[in-house]
Structure formats: structure tokens, C-alpha cells
Write a protein that binds this ligand. Structure first.
Ligand SMILES: [Mg+2]
Length: 200
């Protein structure tokens, strides 16, 4: 019994914060974990900027609604879901992912949550658990599933390396060079064929 575990941003949809920064016209929000490795510090910086611009959750979700999945992502996901269970495991927040899940046909997603005040302001965030992606594939394995995982970033490596099969997708040259043992794909058709073969 296999479950395919897919990363969201960079694999099925663009990087949400970068797209959001463009859509909202707030270039300061383009800062990512590559510029600020301390995630807590980065999130506090982002939340302060959102509050400075008077952006509540409703306005943010309206802006995220303008973001589309990557071309071909929905077809890939639909085909994969017709052949087995798929869970998207992401470190984004459910409130940000929601408008994008609608465009992907409401697949199952495990992600984190923002805390929001009664007047719709983002006040903080809550991670589901430590090492979210790795912990989740291990939990699935503990209840009888074998996992196949794919993602593009450093935070995907735990689930990729600890699954029955794991693949990089549209990753960076740096990660490819550091992990030459991992197969890396650029096209959905190649990733789909390889995932299906790994289930046999
Ligand atoms: Mg990603």
C-alpha cells in the first residue's frame, strides 16, 4: 500500500510568498528562508509587514486567489490520484493554501496554521509538529503504508530520503550537486511515470 507525498510550493504551485509579494506590490515580502534561515524571525518580519500594510487574512486570501497552480500541475495530480492515494505535505499555512486547493480540485493537504485575531489580523503561526514532512512520512509508515515522496527543497530531503522511493522535482543545481544519488526530474510526465513504476 503506497501513499505518494508531494511538496506543494515549487512542485504544484509557485512559491506563495514570492507570488503574493508581486500580486500585493510589497517587494519586502520576497525575502525567503534563503535570505533569512531563522524561520521564526522571518515569519515575524512577514507578519509585521502584513500588519503595517493593514492586510488581514481576508485581503491576503483574495490576493492568493489570483495565483494559479503551475501549468500541468492539476492534470498531473488528477492522474496520480486516479492511481493511488496522494497527500500534499507542505510547510505553508492552511489559510494560504485554501484558495489554491480549490484550483487543484481539493486534494488532501497536511500543512501548518496561522493564528488569526477576531478582527482578522494574523498574529502568529503554529507548526503541526517538529520536522513536519519527515515526521508525517514516518507516521504513515508506522500504520502500514509505504511512502513515495517528491519535493524541490532542503526541507523535503527528510521525506525523500526516508521513503521507499523519493525524487527531486524542479530543484536547484546546488541541491542536485549535493545529492547526486537522488533522481531529479523537470517534467510532470517523467515524475508521474517514475512514481507509478516505484509502486510496482
Ligand atoms: Mg517546495
Amino acid at each position: 500500500m503506497y501513499i505518494t507525498c508531494l511538496d506543494l510550493e515549487g512542485v504544484l504551485v509557485p512559491e506563495i510568498w514570492i507570488e503574493f509579494a508581486d500580486a500585493a506590490g510589497i517587494p519586502e515580502l520576497k525575502k525567503t528562508t534563503r535570505d533569512e534561515p531563522d524561520y521564526d524571525k522571518l515569519m515575524k518580519y512577514r507578519i509585521d509587514i502584513l500588519n503595517e500594510h493593514g492586510l488581514g487574512l481576508k485581503e491576503i486570501q483574495e490576493t492568493i486567489e489570483k495565483i494559479d497552480p503551475l501549468p500541468g500541475a492539476k492534470d498531473f495530480l488528477d492522474k496520480l490520484r486516479a492511481n493511488g492515494q496522494v497527500i500534499i505535505i507542505s510547510d505553508t499555512f492552511s489559510q494560504f493554501a485554501m484558495p489554491l486547493m480549490k484550483k487543484l480540485g481539493y486534494p488532501t493537504i497536511f500543512c501548518n496554521e496561522l493564528t488569526v485575531s477576531d478582527d482578522d489580523k494574523i498574529t502568529g503561526y503554529k507548526m503541526r509538529c517538529d520536522k513536519t514532512k519527515l515526521t508525517t512520512v514516518k507516521a504513515l509508515q508506522s500504520c502500514g503504508f509505504q511512502t513515495i515522496a517528491s519535493g524541490d527543497s532542503y526541507n523535503d530531503l527528510g521525506m525523500i530520503e526516508n521513503s521507499k522511493a523519493g525524487f527531486l522535482f524542479r530543484t536547484t543545481d546546488e541541491i542536485k550537486a549535493k545529492y547526486p544519488n537522488l533522481q531529479a526530474f523537470e517534467e510532470y510526465t517523467d515524475l508521474y511515470d517514475t512514481i507509478i513504476s516505484a509502486q510496482k
